[in-house]
Design a protein around this ligand. Structure first.
Ligand code: ATP
Ligand code: MN
Length: 480
């Protein structure tokens, strides 16, 4: 039987027509009113059963969580809260949902904490909150592709299993098919990877950048959008062990072009969400307002969710050099009163999330792009400035999130690049292919990485990154 998505039924102007919907029962009141949701929208449709329409047996099977097929006539609703409803003419229950068993799940009709929902990540998608988040996530990922495709970038699938670990030393997951209880050893008693599947040591990728650069050197403008893995033991609300990263790389772009691209891109996808996820954002905004009511006045949000998103789109990101930022931080109240966990003493200090958030939330009160960082605290491939001590790096810092983007202009000069690698003990043999790009037609180029989940976190207004990906992977947790 063909059926119509509830999102379309709710928008339909065709009264007195027959429609068929399929979905899951959210509630059943007074043996008469069923609220059904099918995932196509945050809204449920009310279906009204007149006396004698369904059998006693079927009536008893209409329970929360059950899947149903409903055929009926679309009419104006007399009840509050909806424009239209369905007068049921036929109803079948496809999948039962035992109310007794349901009690142990988060589908039972009462308030459950987000922590509890995480433990039942396989069922949480049936809640309003997760329906809204995951629809927004899907729309945003489409917007990412749309932005780049419209701007003539090519989508490149960089490898997930890599032989290079130049960047994430120690932070990567090993890939092997050696028997863990019988690992072949070399004469020096190290693991003999020549007997391993690939005949060498391999890892899950921590970034597609280096391979992305090689493709930008032929295709001009490219982007990647794929899973990334980091074995860093940071149990924070902003780190996952498996996350999705978007990494554009553009030949002939310098750092200013790179900042322009990142700002334009973020504004585009945020605007896309405002335009295409109105109902879900309204729901999430309301949810936040409810949550805020539990908090003391000082901790409540200054702007509503959608105002916050519009603010991002309508205002320029503030561009500030690392050196200026250090001055601001050194003279800041929390620094002088020793309220920061890490006190900023001098130029060269790595910025912690508390500093980033101070700059964005307290000082500038808007997104900030920090650039020209000390070479010492940044990766080897970033372009060295004329001062010999800073590199053409940029990080974008967002309110409530901290770092959302990390990028740079890349070092295109072979000799400088080799010197930096030598200083950091990165063997040239490992990156011979990367160095080749600097040997044959090297050019100015830049790119950045944006953690997709941090973007979804920002747009949905959620506070824990574990709640914006279907099945979060974090230290000591890989259930499902
Ligand atoms: P952080 O300092 O927050 O750990 P990073 O400096 O390690 O981030 P990069 O290596 O520059 O981050 O990665 C680029 C982007 O990827 C970051 O700006 C962030 O948006 C995202 N990102 C990095 N690590 C994680 C993670 N563990 N979980 C989710 N997103 C991440
Ligand atoms: Mn990190």
């Amino acid at each position: 039987m063909k059926h119509t998505k509830i999102v379309d039924v709710l928008q339909s102007d065709q009264r007195s027509q027959s429609v068929t919907i399929k979905g899951w029962v959210r509630s059943f009141r007074n043996d008469r009113f069923i609220a059904v949701n099918d995932g196509s929208t945050i809204h449920t449709i009310q279906c009204v059963i007149a006396d004698g329409i369904v059998s006693e047996t079927t009536q008893q099977q209409i329970t929360v969580g059950a899947s149903v097929h409903i055929k009926g006539i679309l009419v104006e609703s007399e009840g509050k809260g909806q424009r239209v409803e369905i007068q049921v003419s036929e109803l079948t229950v496809e999948g039962l949902s035992d109310p007794e068993e349901l009690k142990r799940t988060i589908l039972s009709p009462k308030r459950h904490s987000l922590e509890k929902l995480r433990e039942q990540a396989h069922l949480r998608i049936r809640t309003n909150t997760f329906g809204a988040i995951m629809r927004v996530r899907s729309k945003l990922s489409f917007a990412v592709h749309q932005y780049f495709q419209k701007n003539d970038f090519y989508y490149v699938h960089t490898p997930i299993i890599t032989g290079s670990d130049a960047e994430g030393a120690g932070e990567s997951f090993k890939v092997t098919n050696l028997a863990l209880n019988d690992i072949p050893k070399t004469e020096e008693n190290t693991v003999d990877h020549s007997k391993d599947f690939f005949g060498r040591e391999t890892n899950l990728t921590v970034s597609g950048q280096l391979e992305g650069e090689t493709y930008a050197m032929g295709l001009g403008s490219i982007y990647t959008f794929g899973p990334t893995f980091r074995a860093e033991n940071s149990n924070t609300s902003r780190h996952l062990s498996e996350f999705w990263m978007i990494e554009p790389e553009v030949a002939f772009n310098d750092l200013d072009d790179n900042m322009d691209l990142a700002e334009d891109f973020i504004k585009y996808v945020v605007q896309y969400a405002l335009d295409n996820c109105a109902d879900d954002l309204e729901f999430l905004e309301h949810r936040l307002q409810q949550e805020d009511k539990q908090k003391p006045q000082a901790e409540r949000a200054e702007m509503s969710l959608r105002d916050k998103l519009s603010f991002i789109v309508d205002n320029n990101f503030k561009r500030v050099s690392y050196t200026e930022a250090i001055d601001i931080l050194k003279n800041s109240k929390p620094n002088k009163k020793k309220k920061f966990k890490y006190i900023i003493e001098e130029w060269g200090a790595d910025l912690q999330s508390e500093h980033e958030r101070y700059l964005v939330e307290k000082h500038f009160k808007c997104p900030v792009i920090l650039f020209d960082y000390p070479a010492k605290i940044k990766a080897f491939y970033m372009r060295l400035n004329e001062d010999g001590k800073t590199v053409r790096a940029m990080d974008i810092l967002f309110p409530g999130i901290g770092e959302i983007v990390g990028g740079s202009q890349r070092e295109e000069r072979l000799d400088v690049l080799k010197e930096k690698m030598a200083a950091l003990d990165i063997p040239e043999e490992e990156l011979w292919w990367y160095l080749d790009t600097r040997r044959f037609g090297t050019c100015t180029h830049s790119g950045f990485g944006l953690g997709f989940e941090r973007l979804v976190l920002f747009v949905t207004g959620m506070s824990n990154i574990r709640d914006v990906i279907p099945y979060p992977r974090t230290p000591m947790n890989a259930e499902f």
